[in-house]
Design a protein around this ligand. Sequence first.
Ligand code: PGA
Length: 250
Amino acid sequence: MSRQKIVAGNWKMNKSLKDAKSLVEMILSNTKDSDVLKIIIPPFPYLEPVKQILSARKGFYLGAQNCHTNTSGAFTGEVSANMLQSVGCQYVIIGHSERRNYFKEKSTDFVLKIREALKHDIIPIYCIGETLEERKNGYHFSVITEQLTSILSEFKLEDFSRFVLAYEPVWAIGTGETATAAQAQEMHAFIRSVLCDFYDSAIAGNTPILYGGSCNAQNARELFQCPDVDGGLIGGASLNEDFCTIIGSF
Ligand code: PGA
């Protein structure tokens, strides 16, 4: 994907259908048209109703929180990229730390999921991030390199050019402890250097890289001012008016 300003709201497992509809309506009425690409990522049952509300508005897109490694079949409880495409989903989160930790998903799963997404014209938002322990022990750059290269080695440049990346330090997700702008900038620049070594400088410069982890209405502006931060993947603060302030924080 070409580099642009992006704010994505990952609702995780929150809201009733009624509250989900009210939240999208509130977001639409409190957001001015701008060059920021906005992605709403509700739980699966709300994709279609949220899409109905979003479709009237330019600049808003629909995303899903996960997809399965297969296109269809006997996988009770799962949702495929094919199904997501059929309800108008344009983005899908892959590799989120909650999928890595709670559902024990690994790079081999992410590769298959990303292939499925791309096959169905869905852009993967691939998440990477180190734990607090890894950072304290000075392993954060090697962890990020591993999480990235295990995926990059499976995709040709043409395929990778459709990715969005999200740097989400695990210690910052849902904890209220945000990476400082300096920490975010340092890691985002490092990610671009890995992309440059792996592919080339054009792709390193063109890939959108979002920051995620306790990004909120107060700290978004400082984070988004960093030259290598292209926007945010927002969890908790995407569930209320703060999301609109964050969209306006470039
Ligand atoms: P948070 O979550 O903003 O609540 O920290 C971010 C994420 O998990 O994408």
